[in-house]
Design a protein around this ligand. Sequence first.
Ligand SMILES: Cc1ncc(COP(=O)(O)O)c(C=O)c1O
Length: 494
Amino acid sequence: MATRGRTPGPNLRRISGFRGQRAGWDAAETVRSMTGVSIEEMIGCGMGQSTLQELRQKDRAYHIHPFTNHVEMHRGGTHWIKSGDGCHLIDEQDRRLLDGLAGLWCVNVGYNCAAIVEAVHAQMEELPYYPSFFNSTTEPPVLLAEWLANHAPARLNKVIYSNSGSEANETALKIIRAYWKLRGKSHKRKVLSREFAYHGVTLAATSLTGLPNCTEPFDLPLENFIHVPAPYAWAARTALSPAAFGADVIARTAEIIDREGPETIAAMFVEPIQGAGGVIIPPPGYLAALRGLCRERDILFVADEVITAFGRLGVWFASEREQLDPDILNVAKGLTSGYLPLGATLVSDEIVEVIHSGGYFAHGYTYTGHPVCTAAALANLRVIESLGLVDRVRDDVGPYFQSKLAGLASHPAVGEVRGDGLIGAAELVPRGGRDALRPGMMLGLKAADNIREEGSIVRGIRDLIALAPPLIITHGEIDELFDSARRGLDRLWN
Ligand SMILES: Cc1ncc(COP(=O)(O)O)c(C=O)c1O
C-alpha cells in the first residue's frame, strides 16, 4: 500500500512553487540546471515513492526512535501517521484518530493552523536563517522576546532561546552557575528537583529528572543533583488530607535542604504540574510553601512550564496563577504548538543584571533565536490570542474536560482521576483492586494501546493514562476522546 501518491501532495506543490525572485534567482531553475532533477523531486527526497512495507524496512534499518523499545516496536510494526487535521491525525490505514495528547503535550492550536504555516513560509522567503550571536540579530526573536516579557510574571523581562525544553533547562542551569559564581558564591552548586519530575534528556536535564527509567540506564544523575519528594498522594498511599500531605512533603523537603546545607544549593526546578511523571497535581498550599521555602533558604526558584505555559491550564503561565514569582521560567512545546522546535528561558531582571556585569556571555546554540522558529511562535501566540483559547480553556472546554474526566472515575478499572484545565490522568487498577497491582503490569501502556484501537491517542505511563488534547478541542471531540477511553478501559477490564 502506498503511503502517498506518486505526485507531490498539495503542500509539496505549493512549497515547490517557491522562487527566490527578489534576489533575481530562480531556485527551481538553478536546481534543475545543476543536478538534472526537478525541485519537486529534490524536495521530495524520495517521499511518496515508497510503499508502507518499504518504509517499515527502512525504519528498521536506519532509524533509532526516541523513548522506544525497538525490539517490541519492530515486532508490532511502527505506527505511521500521515497527516493531521485539527485535533485528528490520519494514520497509515486512513483511520482518523483523535489526538488526546496534542502530539507530546504541545500541538495546542491543532494540526492545520494556516497562520503558522504562512508565517513560516514568509520568514523562509525573507530570511531563512541568521544567528543572534555576537552583535547581530533578526526581527522575530526580538518581537517574540517582547511578547514573552509582556505576558510573563513580573520580574521576567529577558529571554534567551534554545531548541527544546531540555536545552531551556540546560541554559537555565548554566545561567544559575554563572550567576552564583559572579556573586562570589561558587559553593552554591547543588540543584534540587523532585521525584517523578521530567525536565528533559541532556545530561544535566536527565539529572534533574526524577524518573529512574530515564536516569538509571545512563548512570545518572550527575553529582550535585538532589531529588526531594513529589507531592504524589496516590503513589504515597497517604491517609492524610491533601493539605496535610502537602505540608508533610514540604517538611521532608525542608529536612533535605537543611541536611545538604542551603548555602550549597543553587536552585530548585519545579514543574507546576508534573506532566510526564504522571500528571501530578500539587495539593493546596504546597506550591506556595515550596516557593517560600526556597526564598527563605536563598535558593533560586525555576519554574519549568514546558507543558503548563500558553493556555493548557486556562492561564498563560501557571506561575502567574500560583503566584510563584519564579527567578527563571522555561518554556518550549506550546510556544510554537510544536510546529517548529523552540525553547526559551525567561530570566529575572536581578539575575540578568549580574550576568551582564560579567561581560562576555559564552553560551548559545547555532539556532538560538532562529528567525523561522520564532516567527512560528509569534504566529502561534497570535492565533491563541485571537481565538481566545486561554479563556476558552479556563471557562469552557477545561471545565467540560474535567467533568468528563471525573465521570471516568466510575469505571471499575479507574482508581483515581486528577486534572486541571486541559490536562488529566486516570490511575488504573486491575481486578482485585489496587492491592493486586504488581510492578511491571503497565496497565497504562496496555490501556493506551486499547484506546488507540478505539480511536483516540492518550499517553500510557506506568499504570496510568494521561490526556492533554489540543486547546482547540470541541465538546463533541472531548466526548469522542472519553468515549474511546471508556471503551479501551472496558477491554482492559474484560
Ligand atoms: C516539563 C518538561 N520539561 C522539559 C521537557 C523536555 O522538553 P524537550 O523534549 O523539548 O527537550 C519536557 C518534555 O516533555 C517537559 O514536559
